[in-house]
Design a protein around this ligand. Structure first.
Ligand code: PEP
Ligand code: MG
Length: 331
């Protein structure tokens, strides 16, 4: 089977009815880069930058960050790299970021609902500025996109965009050559608020990426890290699927690129359903790419659409799961 999956690397990610999909990789550590090359992924849909700060005593400066981003962008050899600025806060903790003043509110009763992600970056913009500057510098090495985590409102996006443009102007003044078109600035959709406001956000974000790991947590009020409620955590819950459908349709209406990069994007059983809901771009852990490709090559768009229709009438997760499983067994 290993060999069969290996051969898939050279085959296109197409439905049996011909529609082309984009299968990309999520990257957490630069050490995973060789896996991406082997997987046949078409670029990086989510580069999590938390690793830069994880065990660091001090903030890596702009040039140190730019060197790492450039190395990754160069390794992608012309395929796009989507770099997400740091999603810190909540229960995640970093000494380097604490020293930079980027401290999540430890005293918050619900850290996941407190100072986290983009909120935290806007509160302490020096870290955000350094990441923007480093990403802009690295953009001379190849195609790049910049992504904001944990967006809940349009004004947050505007504020981040203003900072992005200010950083670009400052770099240009210093003589750094940047393309007239800056790398696109997009958002993660991982809160119900962002999904429900998809129309408004799609007008201003240059691309969108659905993060179902957090979206599931916030929609179902189930902590993704708590073993006690793990049995209630279901990315295929009808409530989560409705939000995915809502924001996907909003993006498509405005011709905004939309992708999905939570864990379910790497689940071969879930992907045909997501295709049926309108998604064409999936970013997943590199090792999942061949299996997802095999699954999508076996199904037609019409099959996926019919599956999605039936699933969207299901009242609970058990029924969704049985429809999805029956579909997978029949292909
Ligand atoms: C998500 O929330 O689905 C996501 C991709 O981001 P992370 O897992 O890094 O929170
Ligand atoms: Mg997330």
């Amino acid at each position: 089977e290993r060999q069969a999956l290996g051969r898939l690397r050279r085959l296109a990610a197409r439905l049996s009815s011909g529609e082309k999909l984009q299968l990309q990789a999520n990257l957490e550590l630069p050490a995973e880069l060789p896996l991406i090359a082997q997987s046949g992924a078409a670029g990086i849909g989510l580069l999590r930058t938390e690793f830069l700060f994880m065990n660091a005593q001090a903030m890596p400066d702009v040039d140190a960050q730019a060197a790492i981003y450039s190395e990754i962008v160069t390794a992608m050899a012309g395929d796009v790299t989507t770099i997400r600025v740091v999603d810190w806060g909540g229960e995640k903790h970093s000494e380097a970021l604490d020293r930079a003043g980027l401290r999540g509110e430890g005293e918050s009763v619900n850290p996941a609902l407190g100072m986290r992600g983009l909120r935290l970056l806007l509160r302490h913009p020096a870290v955000l500025e350094s990441q923007f500057a480093a990403i802009l510098k690295a953009s001379s090495a190849g195609p790049v996109r910049v992504m904001l985590p944990m967006v809940t409102t349009v004004p947050e996006l505007r504020e981040a965009r203003d900072i992005y443009h200010r950083v670009a102007r400052r770099l240009r003044r210093k003589g750094v050559r940047l393309d007239d078109n800056l790398p696109p600035l997009g958002i993660m959709v991982e809160t119900p608020a962002a999904a429900l406001m998809g129309d408004a956000l799609a007008q201003e974000a240059e691309f969108m990426a659905i993060g179902t790991n957090d979206l599931t947590m916030y929609t179902l009020a189930v902590d993704r890290a708590s073993a006690e409620v793990a049995s209630l955590y279901h990315p295929l819950h009808p409530a989560v699927l409705r939000l995915i459908q809502t924001v996907t349709e909003a993006a498509l209406r405005q011709y905004r690129p939309i992708s999905i990069c939570g864990e379910i994007a790497g689940d071969p059983r879930a992907v045909p359903l997501l295709v049926g809901l309108g998604l064409r771009s999936f970013s997943m852990t590199a090792s999942a790419v061949p299996r997802v490709k095999r699954a999508v090559r076996a199904v037609s768009f019409e099959d996926c659409r019919r599956l999605a229709h039936r699933v969207m009438e299901a009242p609970d997760v058990a029924e969704v799961t049985s429809l999805v499983d029956a579909f997978a067994a029949g292909t």
